[in-house]
Design a protein around this ligand. Structure first.
Ligand code: CO
Length: 149
């Protein structure tokens, strides 16, 4: 049964809790090795931006692990190669890799992780790249992030 008053109250509460100012987004990483978002625009008014990664699948981290990693486009290949060498215990990311602008931990089915980063490190007009650094996943699990207006 639809009850408008209750729905409105719930919306207001979630708005308070989450501060829905457009400075966040949610990306799903699936058992089909996909991200459901392939382009993210960060509103220029946001001082910080939060990306929440959810894994709604059923496969464990060791088989179908996903993370969300943001870099300059020219750094993607190096970050992925060094991440593969670092191994799953390092979430397929080289510890201390300064080419990584932001990243979540590696997660498996049923898990959620978030990362919040300062938008001051983003330049207007640059299409940053994001991807999953699990070996071979970035062939399909990738997208672009840009600073909007
Ligand atoms: Co993945």
């Amino acid at each position: 049964m639809f009850r408008p008053a209750v729905a409105l109250a719930a919306l207001t509460l979630s708005g308070l809790a989450w501060a829905d100012d457009g400075c966040s987004t949610t990306v799903h990483g699936t058992d089909q090795m996909t991200f459901d978002e392939t382009a993210i625009t960060v509103p220029a008014a946001c001082k910080q931006f939060t990306v929440t990664l959810e894994h709604p699948g059923e496969m464990p981290k060791s088989v179908m692990g996903h993370n969300w990693v943001l870099t300059q486009p020219q750094d993607e290949e190096g970050v992925i190669n060094d991440g593969a060498a670092a191994g799953i215990d390092s979430d397929y990311l080289k510890p201390g890799d300064t080419r990584i602008l932001a990243h979540t931990p590696l997660i498996g089915a049923g898990e959620t992780a978030s990362v919040t980063f300062q938008t001051s490190q983003l330049k207007a007009g640059t299409a940053y790249t994001y991807f999953c650094s699990f070996p071979a996943h970035a062939l399909v699990m990738k997208g672009t992030l840009s600073l909007g207006s």
